[in-house]
Design a protein around this ligand. Structure first.
Ligand SMILES: Nc1ncnc2c1ncn2[C@@H]1O[C@H](COP(=O)(O)OP(=O)(O)OP(=O)(O)O)[C@@H](O)[C@H]1O
Ligand SMILES: [Mg+2]
Length: 274
């Protein structure tokens, strides 16, 4: 197929972002949640994918959020590639976020094969750097040898201390690009994600909301995701409107509306091939 035809074909297909890591508990689901809500806040339709081999409370909270712009699905690793290459995804979603599985290298490999752009969160510690080194060698590098794919690593739970600075310095010695914007460690990020809320819906104009915004801005530039009027002011304004508009609507009514939307879309998009 000519390059032009390939480009035409990829027009309208969602951008697939994989959040993968060498271990559990580094913030994959937290960052997935924040990104999903941020994209949805700017009017993007988001498909949030996890493989749910263990309970994912952030994923559940996001599902319970009843946001018509976010559909959460569980796809087992073995079906990921097939499900995400289906044509019905085209036009129905702008962005797919794969919330990776810590520990399970097979899931990372399939996510890498499937995605358009990947990000790897890392915590500020020597221990995390050691396992990151092994992970890049065993999982990421082999995929990059045969697939032209871009991605980067970023520090999550940055505390602006010696350990954080040292981790960022060390990361620059590895082959993957390092994001200039880290995500800070903040209980506001932990709490909002646990409720399935965006950070700026929970508390606007905080260091945490600015950190998530700046990181997201770097990501959308790197992954070539187009969002109009992507400024912090707009993010804060839209988040406030969304927060306010959710008040006064009975949770039952919202739950009913959302589950209908989700079921409808999920059924159409993700039925197994006959
Ligand atoms: N930037 C942050 N600031 C404060 N707490 C954070 C931050 N990022 C993640 N956490 C907390 O760290 C814990 C692990 O985060 P999370 O569940 O997102 O990790 P994970 O990589 O998805 O783990 P798993 O591999 O088990 O799915 C959670 O309690 C979460 O609230
Ligand atoms: Mg998780």
């Amino acid at each position: 197929m000519s390059k032009d035809k390939a480009n035409q074909r990829s027009k309208g297909r969602p951008k697939i972002i994989a959040i993968i890591a060498q271990k559990g508990g580094v913030g994959k689901s937290t960052v997935s949640c924040q990104l999903a809500v941020l994209f949805s806040t700017f009017g993007k339709k988001v498909l949030m994918v996890n493989s749910d081999t263990h309970q994912n409370s952030i994923g559940d909270a996001l599902r319970d959020r009843e946001d018509a712009n976010i559909v959460c699905v569980t796809i087992p690793t073995k079906n990921l590639r097939r499900e995400l290459s289906k044509d019905p995804l085209t036009g129905n979603f702008d962005i797919v976020i794969i919330d990776g599985e810590g520990h399970i290298h097979e899931h990372s490999k399939v996510a890498l094969e499937t995605c358009d752009y990947f990000i790897v969160p890392i915590l500020p510690s020597q221990f995390d750097l050691n396992s990151y080194d092994k992970y890049v060698n065993a999982v990421v590098e082999p995929t990059l040898e045969y697939k032209d794919l871009e991605g980067g690593v970023f520090l999550n739970q940055d505390e602006s201390d010696a350990s954080s600075t040292e981790t960022i310095d060390m990361l620059t010695e590895y082959p993957l690009p390092v994001f200039s914007n880290s995500i800070i460690r903040s209980k506001l990020i932990r709490k909002s994600s646990g409720l399935g809320m965006g950070i700026a819906e929970y508390r606007r104009n905080t260091a945490a909301s600015k950190s998530i915004f700046k990181f997201s801005k770097e990501l959308i530039n790197a992954a070539e995701i187009k969002i109009k009027n992507f400024t912090y002011e707009e993010f804060a304004k839209r988040s406030l409107i969304r927060r306010e508009s959710r008040k006064g609507v009975s949770s039952n009514a919202r739950a009913k509306e959302a589950s209908t939307n989700i079921e409808k879309t999920t059924r159409v998009q993700l039925e197994p091939r006959a």
